[in-house]
Design a protein around this ligand. Sequence first.
Ligand code: FAD
Ligand code: EPU
Length: 343
Amino acid sequence: MPSHSRRASLKEQNTFAIETITPDLFCPTNIEELREIDRSILQHSYILGEGSNTLFVRENAPTIVSPKFKGINVEETHDAFHITVAAGENWHDFVAFCVENKYNGLENLALIPGSVGAAPVQNIGAYGVEIADYIESVAWYEIVSGQLKTMQKAECGFGYRESLFKRALLGKGIITEVALRLPKAWKPKLNYSGLDVLPSNPSAQQIFEQVINIRNEKLPNPLLIPNAGSFFKNPVIERKQLEDLLNGFPDIVYYDIDELNVKIAAGWLIDKLGLKGFVLNGAAVHKKQALVLVNQGVSSGMNIVQLAKHVQEEVLQAFGILLEPEVRLVDNNGLTEISELND
Ligand code: FAD
Ligand code: EPU
């Protein structure tokens, strides 16, 4: 049987350090233990990795299933390393393992908190790389059939902070393992500002270290200042809307996506409004990175939500852009939307 605790606090299991109580916490360590959890329980549970992209908003949380599967397997072919890694492994430790063994490719994704199992859910990305660039397939336990399915990359619907696991497959299964293909023909990816200071032809180890340096400079360490990274996604808007915005804000920061769309740096929008360092009832906009909201001593996740709503309203009023949370909001029944949370 999987480990099972009743009336468990989740304060240590979410990086916003919000106190909330789950009636039941299950921690399966393998598929057999997962299968032993009643299907109707799994269907109504929230799947929790390391809680670094989750904000609990009520005193009570739903039933939690937290997969603790461990293990890394590496197979080498003439042109690539094929690595399968279990959902319960820590993402950064896994990246460090790859860099140490010269399985290159993931170094730009150093120091992203959380579990391997959650990484495909929002297609984690940083410094010009997304996990989808290297995913071959994802092993996914389907609750209704009790079967383990292999989802090929093309079936996963990956996009910017997007995947099918957040959409059509939400609540229907649990990721148990991720299979990656790291080609031996490796080229460093240095387009992101901050990486261009490296010497020409840097090693993966040098990129890994530089990414850690940059991140440590601007992102708060959740162990010291509780947070969940970027609270909002960078909004994608049409070029027509960008042109209108450029009239009023010529220095707006944006990235080209395709002929029709651009992605706006939400941190710039929030910063432009002078909200960096703004505090509301113990929740704050981070001083060094305006896209990050931090917990400065609140006990209720609703205080963070109140600040998020304030930021949303200010940005909407000034720029006509509605920021969408990246962080998953969870009440006593499970996932919810910011627009549903009113007190
Ligand atoms: P959780 O918060 O536990 O879960 C996140 C989502 O995944 C939930 O919807 C959950 O139900 C689902 N889930 C978790 N495990 C499974 C599973 N096994 N099967 C199915 N669904 C599952 N993200 C980036 O992309 N890039 C960054 O640069 C980045 N920087 C960050 C910096 C900081 C300081 C922090 C705190 C967060 C940052 N994040 C970043 C967000 C976070 O690290 C990622 O979203 C990470 O993948 C979350 O992992 P987790 O295990 O903590 O997920
Ligand atoms: N900016 C400001 N003020 C700020 C913050 C940002 O003006 O307070 C402007 C700057 O011009 C900066 C630009 O916005 O050049 C982009 O900022 P940054 O490089 O810090 O990245 P970001 O767009 O804010 C995204 C991801 C991060 C990821 C970094 C690096 C999203 C929602 N966030 O942040 O991911 O680490 O790029 O690739 O896409 C996360 O998802 O939790 C996360 C931290």
